[in-house]
Design a protein around this ligand. Structure first.
Ligand code: ZN
Length: 243
């Protein structure tokens, strides 16, 4: 079983189409989205339609929940809040219902799939450091979890007892190695690791591996659309720098 794992599309249709084309070229059995379909980008309704068409499952992100009032957006920065309001105004009523019904986590092929963290997924904590990851590893007995949320692709591994947590940026993740894994697939529509290319992961059940991939897309087109939509210009500028 080969599963494409995408996250944080954030209404960026050019990035989503580039990633779906790359997945199609490589060949996958299914695609699963780890949330934050909307917010920041100019095409929330179109992206949501394509995601529901292309993905076998979608889990809820904090922006998805904020758009339908399941999460207060008071913790969001002003740019993010403005973009959530923009999405809310453009989604059709049935799309808002779709967002409301997304699960917070799912399991597939032994993978725990969640937007933010296996630890308190309904509160959407950020896993930036090994200390953050240690809390998530301690909270639940998963062997491999996959998430998004920080928009930074990387892999935490927990080994030994007492557990030692390490972090790796290596795109090739061997799941047959000893230890537990917490993999972040990065963001399709708004990467923040200073690499502006869209990020996603490919799980291969037979090879017991996850590989992090990057795909170039037309950032200029998305940036122009952001300005034309009346969204803050800064949301377009940051895409060029990958921050
Ligand atoms: Zn996000």
């Amino acid at each position: 079983m080969r599963i494409g794992l995408i996250s944080d599309v954030h209404a960026n249709i050019a990035a989503l189409q580039a990633v779906l084309a790359d997945l199609d070229r490589r060949g996958v059995d299914e695609i699963i989205c780890l949330g934050d379909c909307i917010g920041y980008g100019p095409d929330p309704a179109l992206c949501l339609d394509i995601l529901f068409e292309s993905c076998s499952a979608i889990v809820a992100g904090n922006h998805d929940h904020a758009a339908v009032g399941l999460l207060k957006d008071s913790s969001f920065n002003p740019l993010a809040r403005q973009a959530v309001a923009y999405a809310r105004d453009r989604l059709r009523p049935e799309q808002l219902d779709q967002l409301r019904e997304l699960p917070l986590e799912i399991e597939r092929e032994g993978l725990l799939l969640v937007h933010s963290s296996p630890f308190r997924p309904d509160e959407f904590p950020y896993l930036h450091s090994c200390d953050d990851a240690a809390e998530a590893f301690a909270a639940r007995p998963f062997s491999v979890a996959v998430c998004g949320h920080t928009h930074v692709p990387l892999c935490f591994r927990s080994r030994g007892r007492p557990p030692r947590i390490s972090v790796s940026l290596n795109p090739a993740i061997d799941l047959s190695e000893p230890g537990r894994v917490l993999c972040n697939v990065g963001s399709v529509g708004q990467p923040r690791d200073r690499d502006p290319r869209a990020s996603y992961a490919l799980f291969d059940g037979a090879k017991r591996s996850i590989h992090l991939h990057r795909v170039a897309y037309d950032i200029r087109a998305t940036s122009k659309k952001i300005v034309a939509a009346g969204l803050p210009e800064a949301l377009g500028r940051r895409l060029f720098a990958g921050v």
